[in-house]
Ligand binder design. Structure first.
Ligand code: KIV
Ligand code: ZN
Length: 535
């Protein structure tokens, strides 16, 4: 049985966060980490400690709260990286240092300017140095799938002898086929002394759409740790999608008789939270968690489903946490019922002091909307305003608009207990509202991107507005949800503005749904010239 257990290593907050548009602030990373814990992952790669002070701090904070989940920080095979990784993870109950060096000739020659022998020395140095800090060491041979197999065996052997306890063989550029993965893991297990005593790990990128297939092939060949991200986010075309790997093993247990600790009912809440935090929509046709994954449109399919759901459904929405019975609460529901239901759908840690504000928002929503569904509750929870006093909050607005007049908006915002009102004209209601806000906050910005869409169903659906604004220093995203799309737009703009005015957002325990787009994240991992100088 132990041999059938596959450990799930989630790198949403490291490889995933490296992808453009997915950067998160500390508060958001903590929320995502808590959800990943509820999902049942075994190891979380919380970040790349040396990359920036912000990365370091988020790894450190996550380390303190993950309990039985192992917390890893990535580090190049450099002393200063390993020092930073250890400082960041040392407060975890189960810390891990994850160090890596590229092993393919292509990377050695052009990126690292290093001979194979030098690479072996560096691997020995890095792993044994890290081992002095901590007994749990993962070593990754970056670009393993394009590394000469004989040399890969030598590199893995060097890492094992130096004390590595997990050996990761990534398909860094998504080039391999399932046959290649089987051959690579099979050869390592057959030829490298001690390979059967460590955990072999697979980390597949999706450049050719093969990440999940390659991951499953690796497991068949002996890998027992799977690295991946929620929704398959990550560098370029992303990493293997954890939910797809896990549900494949569960649904086709006949072919993949392996076990994981994943609580599959937490899959959809995890995907949904990631999308809410980052503002990046889940594609409707995304396997397992997309809006259409369980929708049956054609008459023939609907007929089949009514006769027997197994005709067209190989896994149930409920098994991955998609609630089909969505009608839940209404105007007359009490705070107790609301809290109980929120707990059922995953909001288990609401404090007594948070509850009155949540209940008030619920009542306001129930006044506007007869039936409150799970989707409404999720939208409500994820768009809660910040508890902080020194940020702008919406007090009231009126907007007049029509096809024969200029739009006019009068908006009142409050900060530190003081109300300020702004009035502006514009060519449309949103434009005039945003200009009124700009006057209030006295900080010019441009609207770089804006979208609105329904997050719940029916005519009284809630609308979700996403904005990206810029003040010339950087880009800031915001999100707002309301039954009124003008209010949603104003709320999304306020959340982006608060971040723009204070991009040191501190953890607040509530849903700040805006973030600065950190273009400097490009400096991560050995993909830059800078690395070759340093390695
Ligand atoms: O893709 C890759 O090779 C990586 C390693 C740093 C693990 O992300
Ligand atoms: Zn990667």
């Amino acid at each position: 049985m132990a041999d059938k257990r596959v450990w799930i290593f989630d790198t949403t907050l490291r490889d995933g966060e490296q992808a453009p548009g997915y950067s998160m602030n500390l508060d958001e990373k903590l929320r995502m980490a808590a959800q990943l814990k509820a999902l049942g992952i075994d190891i979380i790669e919380a970040g790349f400690a040396i990359a920036s002070p912000g990365d370091f701090e988020s790894v450190r904070q996550i380390s303190k709260v993950m309990g039985s989940v192992t917390v890893a920080s990535l580090s190049r095979a450099l002393v200063k990286d390993i020092d930073a990784a250890w400082q960041a993870v040392k407060e975890a109950e189960h810390p891990r240092i994850h160090t890596f060096l590229a092993t393919s000739d292509l990377h050695l020659q052009y990126k690292l300017r290093m001979s194979r022998e030098q690479a072996l020395d560096q691997i020995r140095m890095a792993v044994s140095y890290a081992r002095n800090y901590c007994p749990d060491i993962e070593f990754s041979c970056e670009d393993a799938t394009r590394t000469d197999l004989e040399f890969l065996c030598r590199a893995v052997e060097a890492a094992i002898k130096a004390g590595a306890t997990t050996i990761n063989l990534p398909d860094t550029v998504g080039y391999a086929t399932p046959k290649d993965m089987k051959e690579m893991f099979g050869t390592i297990l057959e030829k490298v002394p001690g390979a059967d005593k460590v955990v072999l790990s697979t980390h597949c990128h999706n450049d050719l759409g093969m990440a999940v297939a390659n991951t499953l092939a690796s497991i068949e060949a002996g890998a027992r740790q799977v690295e991946g991200c929620v929704c398959g986010i990550g560098e370029r075309a992303g990493n293997a999608a954890i939910e797809e790997v896990v549900m494949e093993m569960k649904t086709r247990h006949d072919e993949y008789p392996y076990e994981t600790g994943i609580v599959t009912q937490q899959i959809y809440p995890s995907a949904r939270l990631l999308s809410t935090i980052t503002g990046v929509k889940i594609s409707p046709s995304k396997a397992i968690v997309g809006a259409n994954a369980f929708a049956h449109e054609s008459g023939i399919h609907q007929h089949g489903m009514m006769a027997n759901s197994r005709t067209y459904e190989i896994l149930t929405p409920e098994s991955v946490g998609v609630q089909k019975t969505s009608l839940v609460l209404g105007k007359h529901s009490g705070a107790h019922a609301l809290r109980g239901h929120l707990e059922e759908i995953g909001y288990k840690h609401i404090t007594d002091s948070e509850m009155p504000a949540i209940f008030e928002s619920f009542k306001n929503l129930a006044d506007k909307k007869k039936n409150i569904t799970d989707a409404d509750l999720i939208a409500l929870m994820e768009s809660r305003p910040s508890k902080r006093e020194n940020v702008w909050k919406l007090v009231s607005y009126t907007v007049s608009s029509g096809n024969t007049i200029n739009s006019m908006a009068c908006v009142t915002l409050a900060k530190n207990g003081k109300d300020v009102t702004g009035v502006a004209y514009g060519t449309g209601p949103i434009y005039s509202a945003l200009r009124a806000i700009e006057k209030i906050v006295r900080h010019p910005f441009s609207l770089e991107d804006y979208s609105v869409q329904a997050v719940t169903e029916h005519r009284d659906a809630q609308g979700e507005a996403l904005v990206k604004i810029s003040d010339g220093r950087g880009f800031y995203r915001g999100r707002g949800v309301s039954t009124d799309i003008i209010e949603a737009s104003i709320l999304s703009c306020i959340s982006a503005i608060n971040l723009m005015l204070d991009d040191e957002v501190e953890p607040s325990g509530v849903g700040i749904s805006a973030y600065k787009i950190d273009e400097s994240n490009d400096m991560l991992i050995g993909h830059t010239d800078k690395d070759s100088e340093e390695n």
